[in-house]
Design a protein around this ligand. Structure first.
Ligand code: DGY
Length: 325
């Protein structure tokens, strides 16, 4: 029987798979306080963590017995993968199961921002709707426009597939061209600058790394069309929030929809929240009931494999298995 720390309540159907182990779960629906986390992880063999927990040298120093860390998310920018690898600790994550749900959300945000749905709702709720008005809240079309996708991993490809339904041309930028995706979905690789200049709508799906920090900055926004929509479904710090506020205020771009922000959560008095052409939601990309159960289940499966000394099936640092010695 191994000792396990779970840093947030997870779906009971997934949690029960851990029955054979001694499990301690932080019972509250908020991030586990850091001090308590470091205390609890001290005698744990495995940890099931959330993207709001920082797994770094301090965490790993505290968790001397850890043989596996399993995160209930696909993105692992909160985890120092190199530090885990150096200590021989595999890190599980949850790719695939959230791809389609997150791509759906990218489209929901894109349609909402481009067609000004939140503004329409506010208009109705504010009692302003007196009659049909041919000039009311005119937005930007999606159909037969150009969609630019930055990051062409699983989620980027799923966003691209959906564009066929809107007869859109799709261009993309990623660390390297992806010929297999180009063949399957007909997308075309562009430099970042060309993508920004040509796209009517830009969706960010890239991983957050030191190289992608504030990838969308003043210069990038200045290249975009004044009518363009920017959607961020990846990680907040891909976008410089001050530069985005300025671009939205000055009409350098048309609208933005953010599932993720920098910082996260975004303070209620942040300027972006005062802009009618900016839609912000609280990191809900994978938030469907079915997908969150699938994520929790996958996270538990990774944890169980690591605890049993088996290879973690969805491993974010596979090089941990090919280290010398
Ligand atoms: C992830 O998995 O990385 C998302 O941001 C949460 O679904």
């Amino acid at each position: 029987m191994a000792r396990v720390v779970v840093t947030r309540p997870i779906n009971p159907r997934a949690a029960e798979l851990l029955n054979r182990h001694e499990v301690w779960t932080w019972p509250e629906n908020r991030t586990m306080p850091r001090g308590l986390l470091l205390e609890r992880v001290a005698d744990a063999d495995g940890a099931l963590v959330m993207l709001t927990d920082r797994v770094d040298d301090e965490f790993l120093d505290a968790g001397k017995r850890l043989t596996v860390v399993s995160q209930m998310a696909v993105g692992v920018d909160n985890i120092d993968l190199d530090a885990c690898t150096r200590r021989g600790i595999p890190v599980g994550h949850t790719p695939d199961v959230l791809t389609e749900t997150t791509a759906d959300m990218a489209w929901a945000l894109l349609a909402a921002a481009a067609r000004r749905i939140p503004e329409g709702r506010d208009y109705v709720l504010g009692g302003h709707w007196r009659e049909w008005d041919p000039d009311l809240l005119l937005g930007s079309d999606l159909w037969e426009t150009t969609l630019g996708i930055i990051g062409m991993g699983r989620i980027g490809a799923a966003v691209a597939r959906r564009a066929a339904g809107f007869s859109m041309r799709v261009v993309y930028n990623s660390r390297s061209p992806k010929p297999e995706v180009e063949e399957k979905t007909g997308v075309a690789y562009k430099t970042l600058g060309d993508l920004l200049a040509e796209s009517d709508h830009v969706v960010l799906t890239a991983a957050y790394t030191p190289e992608t920090h504030h990838l969308i900055d003043h210069a990038a926004l200045a290249r975009m069309k004044p009518s363009a929509t920017l959607v961020n479904i990846a990680r907040g710090p891909l976008v410089d929030p001050e530069a985005l506020s300025r671009a939205l205020r000055s009409g350098e771009i048309g609208a933005a929809a953010l599932d993720v922000t920098d910082p996260e959560p975004i303070p209620a008095d942040h300027e972006l929240l005062s802009l009618t052409n900016c839609l912000v939601i609280p990191h809900l990309g994978s938030a469907s009931r079915g997908t969150r159960l699938a994520m929790a289940t996958r996270a538990v499966e990774n944890l169980l494999a690591g605890l049993a000394g088996r290879q973690v099936p969805w491993c974010a640092n596979p090089s941990v298995y090919s280290r010398d010695g």
